[in-house]
Write a protein that binds this ligand. Sequence first.
Ligand SMILES: NC(=O)c1ccc[n+]([C@@H]2O[C@H](COP(=O)([O-])OP(=O)(O)OC[C@H]3O[C@@H](n4cnc5c(N)ncnc54)[C@H](O)[C@@H]3O)[C@@H](O)[C@H]2O)c1
Length: 341
Amino acid sequence: MAVKTCLMIGASGMAGGWIQRMTERLGDRIQIVGLVDVNEEVLAAQGAKLGLGADQLFADYKEACAKVQADFCGIATPPQFHSPQAIAALEAGMPVICEKPIADTLAAAKAMAAKAEETGLPCAIIQNYRYAPNKQEVVRIREEGRLGRLQHIFGRYACDYRQYMSWGKEWRHDMDFSLLFEGSVHHFDMMRFLAGGDCEVLQGFGWNPAWSSFKHYSSGFYLLRMDNGVHTAYEGNSSAAGITSCWHREYYRLEFEEGTVEIGAGDEVRIYRVGQEVEVYSAPTMEWTGHDYLFKEFVDWLEGGKASATRIEDNLQSFALVIAAMETTEDGQPKRIADYL
Ligand SMILES: NC(=O)c1ccc[n+]([C@@H]2O[C@H](COP(=O)([O-])OP(=O)(O)OC[C@H]3O[C@@H](n4cnc5c(N)ncnc54)[C@H](O)[C@@H]3O)[C@@H](O)[C@H]2O)c1
């Protein structure tokens, strides 16, 4: 396995986590040979840590894409930059792995997907929450029919972000629909993953409680009917004050023909069957989880392995749910997802 070189766009925040993971866990597979960030201090500090020279550090992604010949490009900047940066990288011949959400608008997401298709280059989107032991176990329970057929799923995300800037930088509190773009895109993707189907129709509501630290809606309820007959209900709340189900601890309850499965924090799986003791066990551990799994899957793909499950063609389905949720919040009407794709 040859080491794959990477042009990394973004150097702090989530991008800082990427750099740490790529160098620590995947140092034998990935080498960062170029770094881009608009923040000069961050760029200099990360560049020094990585041992990069001045000619490998850039404030402008277009210049970086023109000058750095890497095996792939990683993008972990705020959402509105993903599509132009990915398109520049793909045009320069570099496959792309990019943070969620795909983009800030449906048109930008489609332009990015179209460029990936036109160039024929791999383009994967991060959906790290799929690669957790408890989520993988739930999917095995469904696929193996251990509890018969699945009828519906309830999912709950609730974080206490009542303090301004408790959820990263200002932009996440100031933007429109940050619950949907920054939060629910993970949970809608999870509903597709757990249900084993794509969404046909989505409907729901969003609101902003008076005590919210967000300029726009922090909370919402959304219903999704999937194309395999599974129904899902989602509660999203970035103004939670009591029972939290925050990142990595989101609550999912799946109602099967022969029992109920519950997962939340940790690897514990609980199975309830009427009239029986609750079955509680730890989901089998995984060697690779979250971002590490996705980075490994992506470099395997570059070496001729299986395409990433969350490649852009597939992940557009999850992103379309964000756009549909935004629109149903605005007009109260059910949305057919096929109309967005
Ligand atoms: N998968 C996850 O669990 C997860 C968690 C948090 C954030 N994210 C995603 O990561 C992305 C980045 O979020 P964040 O909180 O790290 O943002 P951030 O504001 O901290 O920015 C990340 C970095 O990008 C740099 N940057 C901003 N604009 C740039 C540009 N035009 N060109 C180059 N660099 C630029 C910033 O200076 C910063 O160093 C978002 O898409 C977010 O949704 C994912």
